[in-house]
Ligand binder design. Structure first.
Ligand code: KG4
Ligand code: ZN
Length: 363
């Protein structure tokens, strides 16, 4: 079975073709066109700009995905470069930016109609989780998955593929969002996660004692907004900038000190440590409480080396630990096609007339 995956929920336009043979999944192509350079100028993702870029990119990305996959030209129908050979089209229909999602969904709808193919609607977060099945087939259930992305921070109990229970989540900012905001406070560019994690390697993670929000709470929820504010106050303090009414006053600005690169590295390392401490400790508590056999990471922040190392250490507590391949951590369509495979197996199809975007879709 050949599955085409399409992803446009945020700032990556992506298309991928995977092949499923006797339950084994093989990625034939995975084209990701990132808009990061454009959004960097604005310090974050601008939805209108993102949607416009998706419109420009979607056809070239799809064509590239088919050409990379090297599918032989269809015998019947004569569709170009093997487009007619795919069996199922999987597309993200939520959660995400409505006008960005729409571009992928409309492309998938048009293809499903014109090529007469089956269509599946994919939850972006479920796809992040299922990216772990691309290379690890023997995963023991129940799984406790820590989902960490730009918009989500959730602890998800996976009883089996398709059966999810959110046992905890952030009550304010997502952890990826906190990385991005802290980077902004430090005058670094977007997205903050990769830059902070790089700078943190040169910093002292014990230099600043940032709070570990909700570590002692008796639930599995998170909060990262206070941690971000603690970083902001520390930066103002180091710069000699007053907190409160005189912020922005030119006289004070001229007195402000610039942070040294050592200070930026130390703040990056200390912030990262505080965030990861909470994530890892709560994951362990939840894994014990719910009797998980496997602990898993998913989402863009799972590309963070330090988080991967700390989660991997939980093997000492007799859990299997499964991490996604870094190339499938951040947004990509191979994970959408993977989720499409599992949906197609259950015949969970949707007609091209009925599919719709769901910006606030939950697991
Ligand atoms: O899953 P993703 O690609 O998009 C969403 O679905 O949100 O996640 C993007 C988030 C961004 O906030 C980005 O800063 C963060 O993942 N991220 C990282 C790293 N790489 C990406 N955060 C920490 N360390 C990284 N190495
Ligand atoms: Zn994502």
């Amino acid at each position: 079975m050949l599955i085409l995956g399409i992803e446009t929920s945020c700032d990556e336009t992506s298309a991928s073709i995977i092949e499923a043979k006797a339950g084994k999944l093989k990625v034939l192509s995975n084209v990701v066109s990132s808009q990061i350079k454009i959004h960097r100028k604005f310090g974050g993702v601008v939805p209108e700009v993102a949607a416009r870029m998706h419109v420009e990119n979607i056809m070239p990305v799809l064509k590239q995905a088919f050409s990379d996959a090297k599918i032989k030209k269809s015998a019947q129908g004569g569709s170009p470069a093997g487009w007619g050979k795919i069996d199922t089209i999987a597309v993200t229909n939520g959660p995400g930016l409505a006008i960005s999602l729409l571009v992928g969904v409309e492309a998938a709808r048009a293809l499903a109609f014109s090529l007469n193919k089956k269509l599946v609607a994919i939850n972006h977060i479920e796809a992040h989780i299922l990216a772990n099945w691309l290379e690890n087939k023997k995963i023991k259930f129940p799984v406790l998955c820590l989902v960490v992305s730009g918009g989500h921070t959730q602890l998800v109990l996976v009883k089996e593929v398709g059966k999810y229970q959110i046992v905890g989540e952030t009550i304010d900012d997502a952890v990826g969002e906190a990385f991005d905001k802290v980077a902004k406070i430090l005058g670094l560019s977007y997205p903050g996660g990769p830059i902070i994690s790089k700078l943190a390697k040169k910093g002292d993670e014990n230099k600043y004692d940032f709070p570990r929000p909700m570590l002692k709470s008796d639930n599995f929820n998170f909060s990262f907004s206070g941690l971000k504010t603690a970083v902001l106050y520390k930066v103002k303090d180091l710069k000699g900038e007053p907190i409160g009414k005189n912020v922005g006053n030119e006289n004070f600005r001229s007195l402000q000190k610039k942070l040294s690169s050592k200070q930026v590295a130390d703040i990056s390392a200390s912030f990262q440590k505080a965030a990861i401490d909470v994530l890892v400790q709560k994951t362990l508590l939840a894994a014990n409480k719910y009797g998980a056999k496997t602990i898993m990471l998913a989402g863009g922040v799972s590309a963070n080396q330090k988080l991967r190392e700390e989660i991997k250490k939980l093997e000492e507590n007799n859990f299997d630990v499964v991490l996604p391949n870094i190339k499938y951590s951040t947004d990509n369509a191979a994970m959408i096609a993977t989720a499409g495979y599992f949906r197609a197996k259950k015949k969970d199809f949707i007609s091209w007339e009925k599919i719709d975007v769901k910006p606030n879709l939950r697991l």
